[in-house]
Design a protein around this ligand. Structure first.
Ligand SMILES: C[S@@+](CC[C@H](N)C(=O)[O-])C[C@H]1O[C@@H](n2cnc3c(N)ncnc32)[C@H](O)[C@@H]1O
Length: 391
């Protein structure tokens, strides 16, 4: 493909990504993969260049642009070498008209600006994310794994954490294939640490998804005790099973819950659980550096629905705890309503619960919890809090 044709391909893809973000369709990565599956003539350098153009345009625009052309012109007008590629030749975009402007540049959509926690450094939200790993204590130690990953550095405050440069092909490494390491952002590892689980405990990961944090909890439990991974989406829990097998964490039990009737499926655990982790569905504002297109999908109505759902999940999680048990609430969101506000509202609704300090060498105290941000902590953005049921 010519350099101009790569720009036109990026414009076509951005049109599809914009429509998909508006209509709740597939994610950008899925659309890019499909696009190239149908265009086998594109070589690996073409694919990489087009993908880079697409993600440059997505990162640059906080608001969903009107068209792929506007998104790409926004990028080109900041890079003089690129504007010349809009030359109207075969497979190239039409020349940029005098006065034709691109999409506006920005980090955070206007409507969200005032809703983020005041300590969030907005520009860092879209920085490049490294590849963080967690050494799987069920199979390995950091000392044993480190020689196989010479590019890895340690992560302050995480004895089992290793950090590799952005884009490092970790899934091609024997250490990953053999289940000695898992890919897991440092923030998620700190949340697992904040759960304070011990071998022999009864633990429920209530929004387990594909089990990233469940596997970290399994490691901390040394394979002993009861660990239930629950979710309402079967395909997500199904992805946990091969991961658990690879990690030698086969003591994990999965529990598929019926949306809106979750309490029924959890009844037998009522009052029995030492630690419940609620890693709630959220706006994902803390993960924009990995998923910048999420900014184009979030709306006020969706945020309202998420806040209501988080409160409902906390309410059916609370009865599971044994007296003295801990409920850890976490979101990869940086909006006040999903974090500090959600926990304040829980404490106001539920007598007999207190928030307790979390002793970690990272983050900043925020309301009754802790705030992690890419700018301050070098991890994805998270809010989490530990709530204790009185004994
Ligand atoms: C932030 S993701 C979890 C990520 C996962 N804990 C990890 O570390 O990889 C939130 C999960 O909550 C699940 N979820 C949404 N509504 C739920 C509900 N009512 N009960 C339980 N899980 C729910 C979603 O299906 C999704 O997998």
């Amino acid at each position: 493909m010519t350099p101009s044709a790569r720009i036109q391909a990026a414009i076509d893809l951005l049109d599809a990504i914009i429509a998909s973000a508006r209509d709740g369709g597939p994610a950008a990565d899925t659309l890019i993969a499909r696009y190239f599956k149908e265009r086998r003539y594109a070589g690996s350098r073409d694919r990489r260049a087009v993908r880079d153009h697409v993600y440059d345009a997505i990162r640059r625009a906080a608001e969903r642009p009107e068209t792929g052309r506007a998104a790409m012109i926004g990028v080109a007008l900041e890079r003089p070498d690129m504007t010349a590629l809009f030359d109207g030749s075969t497979h190239a975009p039409l020349p940029i008209e005098p006065g034709e402007t691109g999409a506006e540049a920005g980090a955070v959509p206007e409507w969200l600006q005032g809703l983020l926690a005041d300590k969030v450094e907005q520009d860092a939200l879209l920085g490049r994310a490294p590849v963080d790993l967690r050494v799987n204590r069920l199979k390995a130690t950091p000392e044993a794994v480190a020689p196989a990953l010479p590019d890895a550095t340690s992560i302050a405050g995480l004895p089992d954490g290793l950090r590799l440069p952005e884009g490092f092909p970790v899934e091609q490494q024997a250490a990953w294939k053999d289940g000695l390491v898992e890919v897991q952002d440092a923030g998620s590892q700190w949340i697992a640490a904040a759960c304070g689980v011990q071998p022999g405990m009864t633990v429920v990961d209530l929004c387990a998804g594909a089990g990233g944090k469940t596997l970290a909890l399994a490691g901390a439990m040394a394979g002993r005790g009861t660990l239930v991974a629950a979710d309402t989406i079967r395909s997500r829990l199904a992805r946990l099973e091969p991961r658990a097998a690879r990690a030698d964490a086969t003591f994990i039990e999965t529990l598929l819950l019926d949306q809106s009737h979750e309490a029924r499926g959890l009844e037998s655990l009522n009052g029995q659980v030492d630690v419940v982790l609620v890693d709630a569905p959220c706006s994902g504002t803390g993960t924009w550096r990995r998923n910048p297109e999420a900014r184009w999908r979030l709306t006020q109505a969706r945020l309202d629905r998420l806040v209501a759902e988080q409160a409902r999940i906390l309410d059916f999680a609370a009865p599971l705890l044994a007296p003295g048990g801990a409920l850890v609430y976490a979101t990869c969101a940086l909006t006040e309503r999903e974090g500090r506000g959600q926990v304040e509202a829980f404490l106001a609704r539920h007598a007999g619960w207190t928030a307790e300090p979390i002793d970690l060498p990272v983050g900043r105290a925020h309301g009754a919890g802790l705030l992690l941000t890419p700018g301050h902590d070098g991890s994805d953005g998270f809010f989490f809090a530990r709530l204790r049921r009185e004994g």
